[in-house]
Design a protein around this ligand. Structure first.
Ligand SMILES: [Zn+2]
Length: 174
């Protein structure tokens, strides 16, 4: 029995106690882009946010790419979220290899050259990477300048967030 089969079987029982209020249309207030790493799964709770207030957008490596920007546009323009947080983290798997190393290994393992992905978005400097993702979201013409876009690094060892400011920006505010 696979884990998927076990999950299906468990769902039949767990759904007996389902709170039907959870089926109402969502009205999230903030969009969060973060990593698919399981250690980030309860990031909303770590910030005291209700699940219903958060439109959670996750991918491996916290990348603002064609797909996550698509989600952000729908989130802010259709669902009505008013703020964007981009939350990278230390010890990310995408900082542990380079895209070209992985490509070489997969070509060797499979003997095949694929049409995509064009890049794996691996990175070395988590703060600089976060800064770049913020810049990509901030500069998108369909994400309103009225929507703040802020970047953070989540420390998986302490549960604390640190804000990442644009290069050359002074740290201000309280
Ligand atoms: Zn990660």
């Amino acid at each position: 029995m696979t884990l998927t089969d076990e999950a299906l079987s468990a769902n039949e029982t767990i759904a007996n106690d389902f709170d039907t209020g959870r089926g109402k249309p969502p009205a999230p207030r903030i969009a969060i882009v973060t990593c698919a790493d399981p250690r980030l799964t309860d990031i909303a709770r770590m910030m005291g946010l209700d699940d219903g207030d958060v439109d959670m957008i996750r991918n491996v490596g916290t990348v603002i790419d064609d797909d996550s920007v698509r989600s952000l546009i729908v989130s802010t323009r259709v669902l009505g979220t008013r703020e964007i947080m981009i939350i990278n983290h230390n010890d990310c798997g995408m900082s542990k290899f380079t895209g070209s190393e992985l490509e070489d290994r997969l070509r060797a393992d499979t003997g095949m050259a694929p049409i995509g992905p064009a890049t794996f978005y691996s990175f070395t400097d988590v703060e600089q990477n976060t800064r770049e993702q913020v810049q990509k979201a901030r500069s998108h013409p369909w994400i309103s300048p009225d929507v703040p876009v802020r970047g953070f690094v989540y420390d998986v060892d302490t549960g604390r967030l640190s804000e990442v400011f644009p290069e050359g920006a002074s740290v201000h505010g309280s």
